[in-house]
Design a protein around this ligand. Structure first.
Ligand code: DON
Length: 304
């Protein structure tokens, strides 16, 4: 029997000694205020046992981690129609890279880069009656937690500096791959990125990807096959131009955000969430990557 709590403790002790913790994202000014020394890890098994260490109960900006949840919602009612508007190939480029979008006629490489997530936002706002309210309620239902909310300051901060996202949305619109107004799509997208959750809430929200599409309330949101596909996208595209590195060193499907969070999972076994706001050059949490590499190495638990 593996002693998961003591493994997390060892990883935590080791990781917090690291001198170079990376750099907190500053291109969204509001994120630059976060204390770089925050560090939390939380693991939830599919049986419901939980392990936590450090700041795992402190909320942070989930940013791009929200893209997986938005995609899940879009697939749950659009099914395969989603793939006519966004591809499923790794981009090998940063999350906000624009050139491929022009070259590939407005079809984003995958739904986890910014351009792809904007198409998914467009699908969601066409579908929902009250997009922002309905989306946050979906996340609250997944986590059984009504305290989860948007951070208006973060959403606003991103809006006033969101030049590359405006560029991507306008390019998508010029290729007729946005059906709603650019401003409305961006407003929804900036809000979904601004959602604040802690590690323990994220482990709950991602339970359905380890549980064949069923959430904690045993409700089926997506089919087993759709769950497999979303996990495949996390593995191949969840870390942008570092997806290969994450598969190579960690070996789990996962998703990062520039708020410093990472969620990863082993189907039918567990969900693990890390938060350390310092990022590496590819925009992924430096200590989070390190901790997850240590975790799968020490436990020998990975998909490979
Ligand atoms: O659109 C952006 O740039 C941010 N709201 C999200 C980027 C992000 O989290 C990339 N992940 N590592």
């Amino acid at each position: 029997m593996i002693d998961l709590q003591s493994i997390l403790q060892d990883i935590y002790t080791e990781a917090t000694k690291t001198q170079d913790k990376g750099v907190v994202a500053s291109y969204i000014p509001e994120l630059a205020n976060v204390d770089i020394n925050k560090f939390g890890v939380h693991l939830r098994t599919c049986e419901g046992t939980e392990y936590g260490i450090g700041d795992y109960n402190e909320k942070f900006s989930i940013q791009s981690i929200s893209k997986v949840l938005a995609l899940t919602k879009a697939i749950s009612f659009k099914g395969n129609e989603v793939w006519a508007r966004v591809d499923v190939e790794p981009s090998g480029n940063p999350f906000n890279f624009l050139s491929l979008l022009e070259l590939e006629n407005g079809i984003p490489r995958n739904p986890l880069i910014n351009a792809g997530a904007l198409v998914i936002s467009d699908i969601l706002i066409s579908h929902f009656e009250n997009p922002k309210e309905d989306f946050i309620n979906f996340i609250r239902a997944l986590t059984l937690d009504d305290s989860i909310n948007y951070n208006e300051q973060v959403a606003h901060s991103e809006k006033i500096t969101g030049y590359r996202n405006y560029a991507a949305a306008n390019l998508l619109k010029s290729f007729n791959n946005l059906h709603n107004e650019v401003e409305d799509v961006l407003d929804f997208y900036f809000h979904q990125c601004s959602i604040e959750m802690n590690c323990s809430q994220l482990s709950k929200a991602f339970y359905l990807f380890a549980n064949k599409g069923k959430c904690l309330q045993n409700k089926t949101h997506i089919t087993e096959s759709q769950t497999k596909r979303i996990n495949a996208l996390m593995l191949t595209c969840g870390f942008y131009d570092e997806a290969g590195e994450f598969a190579f060193t960690v070996g789990l499907p996962g998703k990062s955000g520039v708020g410093g969070g990472i969620v990863a999972l082993l189907p039918n076994k567990f969900i693990i969430t890390t938060w350390s706001p310092g990022l590496n050059k590819k925009g992924n949490s430096k200590l989070g990557m390190l901790a997850l590499e240590q975790f799968t190495t020490k436990t020998e638990l990975s998909i490979f």
